[in-house]
Design a protein around this ligand. Structure first.
Ligand code: GRF
Length: 203
């Protein structure tokens, strides 16, 4: 199977996926890494692994529709089976989501449906939650609102800062994201009537 990964930043989840491919845990090829940020460190990680990279500058397009259409066109040149969002920090247009529905996944640093959007670690601390986590979900039109596939939880310690939480959570993200992608590759994971199913059973 052919995977395209979209990033905007550090790309540590991308790295976990690259490593899983290299170890044979993921039976897939990352055919391209796309970024909307030229300076994203993840682009260097991709180059290091000999994966083609594409940078699309938001400023060169007028409006989200035009940008996302250009993005889709470029992505489709690589004929991907699966589109993976890994720290891609732009809201996607409805037509983009519709075009890849069922084969487009994201990882979000909260126990969804808690805390969609930004600053999840901060909000967990502000609310004195005792538990935090990450969620892998199918992407739908609703921001961070698509059907959840798999979550990992961590305890919140009284000494934790936002950075501590982010760091500990990333370890879990790097564990669960490649697992879910492998389920997708094997055809075990499907989106049926807005419901995530594993081996045909609703999750
Ligand atoms: C992760 O926390 C992920 O959950 C969120 O963005 C961050 C990306 O980190 N969507 P990285 O670029 O993979 O290191």
């Amino acid at each position: 199977k052919r995977i395209v990964v979209l990033i905007s930043g550090s790309g540590s989840n991308l790295q976990a996926i690259i490593d899983a491919c290299q170890l044979g845990r993921l039976k897939a090829e990352i055919v391209a890494v796309f970024s909307n940020k030229a300076e994203a460190f993840g682009l260097q990680r991709a180059r290091q692994a000999d994966i083609p990279t594409e940078y699309l500058a938001v400023g060169e397009y007028i409006g989200r529709e035009a940008f996302d259409q250009a993005l889709m066109d470029k992505i489709d040149d690589y004929r991907p089976d699966i589109i993976v969002l890994a720290g891609y920090m732009r809201i996607l247009s409805a037509s983009f989501v519709a075009h890849y529905l069922g084969r487009l996944v994201n990882i979000h640093p909260s126990l969804l449906p808690k805390y969609p959007g930004l600053h999840t670690h901060r909000r967990v601390l502000e609310n004195k939650d005792r538990q935090h986590g990450a969620s892998v979900h199918f992407v739908t039109e609703q921001l961070d609102g698509g059907p959840v596939i798999l979550q990992a939880a961590i305890p919140v310690l009284s000494t934790d800062s936002e950075q501590d939480l982010a760091k500990r959570l990333l370890i879990e993200e790097h564990r669960i994201y490649p697992m879910v992608i492998q389920w997708l590759i094997e055809g075990r994971l499907t989106l049926i009537n807005h419901q995530a199913c594993l081996d045909g059973h609703p999750l």
